[in-house]
Design a binder for this molecule. Structure first.
Ligand code: NAD
Length: 264
């Protein structure tokens, strides 16, 4: 039996990049998937790709910064597919930068999409999952939420997502709700930040790979596989964790050790 037979999943930000890969992977493993996106054409494209591959998916439009839109979109998803038992909070926004150059609007926007938006989705799904005896939530955080690697407002928001993950796991475990986070390192995607960086340096992903003990950056599928596992019954006793999916990077800086210690 496929791992996600019987799973009804809502994946936010599934119109692009990692979110699209997660939605497609869950569908390939038997889940019915609601693609919750603010960008309608991208969201519908994901749905078409899943349906063309014989999967089951619907598009629901929402801006996750608006709690009322989120509530309506989750109701629409459940009306189309049935009661959701998996929520993947993937939608995110960053315009990168540092504290010195930080515009106040950037700070607010990154906290709003990445932290408040995640909370809006959790807030909408919890009573539904409680009523039906449980479910799983997987939040896409980042290694930036654990250590500082640039992007201060994004990082603060992702640290908040990790702590929110623990709150949900603690408060709602008795209701059968599991909540975990995945913390990717650099992922080879064409989001706005990586597109700008790649224009400056076409070899950026190759160069970044040396900072990762496994010698490469992640592919979206590396993240999708971890999400699929945490969202499945195979992870039935795992809740409240923030799982690095970072090729070992948070475990240690091998490049620093090689260059500054062993060669000294
Ligand atoms: N790409 C990386 O290197 C990387 C590294 C670590 C963590 N992550 C995390 O992985 C996740 C996916 O990243 P990605 O690179 O695929 O991003 P992306 O920018 O390619 O895709 C994000 C999607 O979210 C949607 N979205 C943005 N704001 C929204 C809103 N307000 N409401 C609804 N949808 C909205 C966008 O339309 C887009 O389709 C994010 O949580 C990101 O923080 C990415």
């Amino acid at each position: 039996m496929p791992r996600h037979d019987g799973t009804i999943a809502i994946v936010t930000g599934a119109g692009h990049g990692i979110g699209r890969c997660i939605a497609s992977q869950l569908a390939a493993e038997g889940a019915a998937v609601a693609v919750l996106e603010v960008d309608e054409s991208r969201g519908r494209e994901t749905v078409s790709q899943i349906v063309e591959a014989d999967g089951r998916a619907v598009f629901v439009k929402a801006d996750i910064t608006d709690a009322a839109q989120v509530e309506a979109a989750i109701s629409a998803a459940e009306a189309a597919l049935g009661p959701a038992n998996l929520l993947v909070n993937n939608a995110a926004f960053t315009d990168a930068g540092d504290l010195k150059g930080m515009k106040l609007e950037s700070w607010h926007r990154e906290i709003d999409v990445n932290l408040n938006g995640t909370y809006h989705c959790i807030r909408a799904i919890i009573p539904r999952m409680q009523e039906r005896g449980g479910g799983a939530i997987v939040n896409i955080a980042s290694v930036n939420g654990v250590r500082y690697f640039g992007n201060p407002s994004y990082s603060a928001a992702k640290a908040g997502v990790i702590n929110l993950t623990m709150s949900v796991a603690s408060e709602f475990g008795r209701d059968g709700i599991r909540c975990n986070a995945v913390c990717p390192g650099s992922v080879r995607t064409d989001n706005i930040t990586w597109t700008i960086r790649q224009k400056k340096d076409p070899d950026i992903f190759q160069k970044l790979g040396r900072w990762y003990p496994l010698g490469r950056v992640a592919e979206p599928m590396d993240i999708a596989r971890a999400v699929s596992f945490l969202g499945s019954d195979e992870a039935a006793y795992i809740s409240g964790v923030a799982l690095p999916v970072d090729g070992g990077m948070l475990a240690g800086m091998n490049v620093m050790i090689d260059e500054f210690i062993l060669e000294a």
